[in-house]
Structure formats: structure tokens, C-alpha cells
Design a protein around this ligand. Structure first.
Ligand code: AMP
Length: 401
């Protein structure tokens, strides 16, 4: 069965068509600038030439229509008709406490996702638009929602509650939810396979280090803590997001700079992180790494502060699990930068971590990058959120069928 995986943002849409049985990627692509002048579709059928089309896309329905046309096109298409797409899997960012696992999308589920809009005002409405567009264009094709928050729903109360008046949890569900769950789940399961050990027997720490970044503690096959919170702003220092700060800083900056709360929040989301810390040098770790290597002070302070925060979370989660068997690196930076893995692992001597330099220099495949003597193993596992969404969708549609 072919599964169309859709990841809908406010003005963009990423898609992949995956054969759920062979797990082969059939085609992938991206619609950009939806609803904005200069929209374009990049469509890449596997093994064939990439097709780029500049074409107006007024809304997401039109974008999905163009994607479906590309997939079924006589010349560049990969399926004869839409009936060859067995199901659609949607990435949904926030499932609140309602969705602890993926689910077949019904009207009730759509209402449930809508109820979580408050918790992810930038993301959930966009995800819902994608769902509505597919419903309109492919009314008979089953759809599944796969939530970024679901994997973390196993966290115990002590990990997800904040030190706030409990009534805010009761009334508004203010608590830690965590994100990147599909990636943390995929990578931690894959790590168990690579280690040749039972998932249920392991204590794992997953470092998803990309433009957005988070760490999770996975004990005996269940997430027990994660660094992102009510929103994806908490935790590690990210591309442009601050991560953990003293909450009093918000008021302090608002007073000093004459800014509103909304303005300070925009600053914390878009102008902070490694971008802000480097004095606007870059939010891209490749530039910052170069600056570090060139001895640039801004590059050095930024990379060291970023790495230190990751090391701190690893220590906290090793303590939370009373030990750790393996640490996994994934996502853009975690997968592609031996430099950052080295910088972090160098500070983990107390866990008996010894990197195997030759292994750490490699790319692109699942790797154990520590020596056989290393007490705690370190792995590099490329994440594949789309494949994970396709798997979940296939399993649920099969079950329902
Ligand atoms: P993601 O959000 O997972 O796509 O990751 C994006 C981040 O990965 C960006 O900050 C990139 O700079 C970083 N990245 C990608 N490739 C490399 C690389 N070869 N070295 C260092 N950072 C990289």
C-alpha cells in the first residue's frame, strides 16, 4: 500500500509517497510560499529528475491538488491514479493529553485537534488545513494523524508538571508535552535494533539536534522526560529559540526595551538561540562551526554554550533514569556534524564514553561511534519521521480495514 505523508506548515507543505510494504520512497517534494506571491512546487520522483514548477498556490487545497497532479502526471507521475494511494498520514504537532498515540482521522478527531489549537497556534491550524484539503480532494481515502507530542505522553507526573499553581494544570492543561516525538520514538527503537538489545531493557538518551532541538530520556521503551515543554521553546538552545531561561527575563527585557509580551516572545522564538547568542552571525550550525574553527569569539562562545546545555541535559536524564546505556544523536546537526558530537562526548568522561574517531567521522548510516570499551555507547541514527508516519498510518489503516 502506498502512503502519502503530509507535513503541512503555515505557508509550506512537505510530502512523501512511501510504499509501506517495501518501505521504499517513491517520490517526495515540497510546496513553498503557499498563499504568497512566488509559490513553487519541487517534486522529486525517486531515481528520476527533479521537477520545479513556479505556479500560483492560493491555498493548501490548491497546493495538495498540484501535488496529486504531479504524482499522477502521465510523464513524471509515479502512480496511475489516486486509487493507488491507500492512505494519507498527517503530521500533527500538538495532540495535548487527548492523543497518546496515532489515530485514524474522523470528525471527532478533527474536533480534538482543533481543541489543541491554543497549545500550538502556529502549527495545529496549518495541520488542520492540510487535513481538510485532503478530505476534500480524496474523500474516500483513510487518513491518520501522527502527533509530535504522542510519544511523550508516557512521562510521569513528576516530569510533566511545572512548579506552578496546580489549578493552571487543571483548568488549562499547562504542563510539559514535548515535541519531535515521532523522531525520538523512531531513533530510540532503531538504536535498540542497532545495539542488538531489547528496547524494553534499555535506558536511552536521544539528542535530536537540528534547527529545533530536544533531548529525551527513554527508559524501558517509554519516554520518561523530554526537554521541550508546553511549547517547543523550552530546553536546549536552538537555531533561533532561546530554550531554558529564567522566566523573569521576559519582564526584565520588556521593561528595559519598552516591548510588549508578544514582542518579547517573538524575540525568544525568532531572534534568540544560536542566532542571537552569536550576535546575529548565523542560525546555521555550519557557519558557526566554521567561525569556531577560525577562532572567532562569537563562534566559540555560541558553540560552547550550545554544547554545554546538551551535556547538562544528558547528565540530568542519566540521573533521572539512574543510568544510561546509550546516547543517540540525530537530525541535521546531530547526524552531520562529527564536530558537535565530539564536543559533547568529550565532556562525558564520567559516563565512560570514549569516541572512536574513525566511526565518528562517517556519515549517512546508523553507526555506533564509541569504542567497544566505552561503558556508555554513543550512536548516530539518521531520523526518518516520514517513514515513521507511514508505518503508523499503514498499521492503523490495516487494523481498521
Ligand atoms: P534540521 O532542522 O534537522 O533540518 O537541521 C538543520 C540544522 O542542521 C541547521 O542548523 C544546519 O546548519 C545543521 N546542519 C546540517 N548539515 C550540517 C553539517 N554538515 N554540519 C553542521 N551542521 C549541519
Amino acid at each position: 500500500m502506498n502512503i502519502l505523508v503530509i507535513n503541512c506548515g503555515s505557508s509550506s507543505l512537505k510530502f512523501q509517497l512511501i510504499d509501506a510494504v517495501t518501505e521504499e520512497l517513491i517520490a517526495k517534494g515540497l510546496c513553498e510560499r503557499i498563499g504568497i506571491e512566488g509559490s513553487n512546487l519541487v517534486y522529486q520522483p525517486t531515481g528520476k529528475e527533479k521537477v520545479e514548477t513556479q505556479t500560483p498556490m492560493e491555498d493548501h487545497t490548491q497546493a495538495i491538488r498540484l501535488v496529486l497532479n504531479a504524482l499522477t502526471d502521465e510523464k513524471t507521475g509515479v502512480v496511475k491514479s489516486l486509487s493507488e494511494i491507500g492512505a494519507v498520514g498527517h503530521r500533527v504537532v500538538h495532540g495535548g493529553e487527548k492523543f497518546a498515540s496515532s489515530t485514524v482521522i474522523t470528525d471527532e478527531v478533527i474536533q480534538g485537534i482543533t481543541d489543541c489549537n491554543d497549545l500550538a497556534p502556529l502549527h495545529n491550524p496549518a495541520n488542520l488545513i492540510g487535513i481538510a484539503a485532503c478530505k476534500e480532494l480524496m474523500p474516500d481515502t483513510p487518513m491518520v494523524g501522527v502527533f509530535d507530542t504522542a510519544f511523550h505522553q508516557t512521562m510521569p507526573k513528576e516530569a510533566y508538571l511545572y512548579g506552578l499553581p496546580y489549578e493552571y494544570y487543571d483548568k488549562y492543561k499547562v504542563r510539559r508535552y514535548g515535541f519531535h516525538g515521532t523522531s525520538h520514538s523512531y531513533v530510540s527503537k532503531r538504536a535498540a535494533e542497532v545495539l542488538g538489545q531489547k528496547y524494553e531493557d534499555l535506558k536511552l538518551i536521544v539528542c535530536h539536534l537540528g534547527n529545533g532541538a530536544s533531548v529525551s530520556a527513554v527508559k524501558n521503551g517509554k519516554c520518561i522526560d523530554t526537554s521541550m515543554g508546553l511549547t517547543p521553546l523550552e530546553g536546549l538552545i536552538m537555531g533561533t529559540r532561546s530554550g531554558d531561561i529564567d522566566p523573569a527575563i521576559i519582564e526584565f527585557i520588556a521593561h528595559k526595551e519598552g516591548k510588549s509580551i508578544d514582542e518579547v516572545m517573538a524575540l525568544l522564538n525568532k531572534k534568540s538561540g544560536v542566532l542571537g547568542l552569536s550576535g546575529d552571525l548565523s542560525s546555521d550550525f555550519r557557519d558557526l562551526q566554521k567561525a569556531y574553527e577560525n577562532g572567532d569569539e562569537a563562534g566559540i562562545r555560541t558553540m560552547e554554550t550550545f554544547a554545554y546545555r546538551v551535556v547538562k541535559y544528558i547528565g540530568a536524564y542519566a540521573a533521572a533514569m539512574n543510568g544510561v546505556d546509550a546516547i543517540c544523536f540525530t537530525a541535521g546537526l546531530g547526524e552531520n556534524s562529527p564536530f558537535i558530537r565530539d564536543m559533547i562526548c568529550n565532556r562525558l568522561g564520567y559516563l565512560g564514553v570514549t569516541l572512536e574517531e574513525e566511526q565518528n567521522a562517517k556519515r549517512g548510516e546508523d553507526l555506533i561511534i564509541t569504542t567497544p570499551q566505552s561503558t556508555t555507547k554513543v550512536l548516530m541514527i539518521p531520523t526518518n519521521e516520514e517513514l515513521a508516519i507511514a508505518r503508523e498510518t499503514f498499521a492503523l489503516v490495516n487494523q481498521a480495514g
